[in-house]
Design a protein around this ligand. Structure first.
Ligand SMILES: C[S@@+](CC[C@H](N)C(=O)[O-])C[C@H]1O[C@@H](n2cnc3c(N)ncnc32)[C@H](O)[C@@H]1O
Length: 263
């Protein structure tokens, strides 16, 4: 991490561009709701620093500009990143609507869910660096009547750890079961192991009653090694349609987006 930001790559800019388009569309689509919420489970310090030295506000601050949200919940586990975020939030005109937690998202989620009405439209941005999002958290969110979820799946993190016994507990918490042990059996025609992992996760989301957008944004290294995929899932089809429309118009440079589902 830099002085007050986190080192970011082009992929981060793509992700933030997507969020900047999705949030206003979500607000427009939910204009009849009396309350709406934004939860950023892995919020970061609020600033991203790019390799060329430029800076860009992170997801929590992008959301915070939208005063149509009734309340915001930001969670960040790292003490330095949390402090940086806290300072940025305090300087924002909508600071009074924010609840900040310096904690593990998986531990604090029940407290957050308790404060949000079941029927209020809510965006959950779950953007960890690796395998920190536990399946029990996804399950708890999916039990709500309304939930729009953006989830970053670190499939390269799963791949790296498949043969690492020390990480098996982490994988079990990430998937909520042992399905990852049979990942090669899950491969469908044309799928590599990376895609099989994303596909397995998407199927698991569907098993919770969520609909998953067909388009998935995948980040690659400069050598075209796949890193992680941002997926969108929701309880209602209108949200899926909005996400699909944004994803369609969201033009990434060739080769930067993958659609495992469409293989
Ligand atoms: C990829 S960054 C988030 C970037 C942010 N979405 C943005 O747009 O700027 C992930 C953050 O999650 C934090 N983190 C890691 N494990 C966590 C956990 N269990 N609970 C909450 N935050 C966590 C990390 O410290 C890091 O700052």
């Amino acid at each position: 991490m830099g002085e007050d930001g986190r080192k970011a790559h082009q992929w981060t800019a793509d992700k933030l561009d997507f969020l900047e388009k999705y949030i206003p569309a979500f607000i427009k689509a939910t204009k009849r709701a009396t309350k709406r919420y934004y939860v950023d489970g892995f919020a970061g310090p609020g600033i991203n620093e790019f390799e060329d030295g430029s800076k860009r506000r992170g997801s929590p601050l992008i959301a915070l500009d939208q005063e149509e949200f009734t309340r915001f919940f930001f969670v960040e586990k790292d003490a330095d990143a949390f402090q940086a975020l806290q300072e940025k939030v305090a300087a924002h005109p909508n600071a009074g609507k924010v609840t900040l937690y310096n904690d593990d998202f998986n531990e604090v989620l029940p407290k957050i869910l308790w404060q949000i009405e079941e029927r209020s439209p809510t965006i959950f941005l779950l953007d960890p660096e690796g395998l920190e999002l536990e399946w029990r958290s996804v399950q708890a969110i999916a039990q709500r009547e309304k939930a729009d979820l953006f989830i970053l799946i670190s499939a390269s993190g799963v791949l790296r750890n498949l043969e690492n016994e020390h990480a098996h507990q982490t994988l079990a918490a990430f998937f909520g079961d042992e399905s990852w042990k049979a990942i090669d059996e899950h491969k469908k025609v044309g799928m590599d192991r990376y895609h099989a992992i994303v596909d397995l996760y998407l199927e698991k989301l569907e098993s919770l009653g969520l609909t998953v957008a067909k388009r998935v944004i995948t980040a690659h290294t400069s050598k075209k090694v796949k890193l992680h995929s941002l997926v969108f899932a929701a309880k209602n089809d209108v949200a899926i349609k909005i996400a699909e429309d944004v994803l369609k118009e969201f033009q990434l440079p060739p080769g930067k987006r993958d659609m495992p589902r469409l293989l």
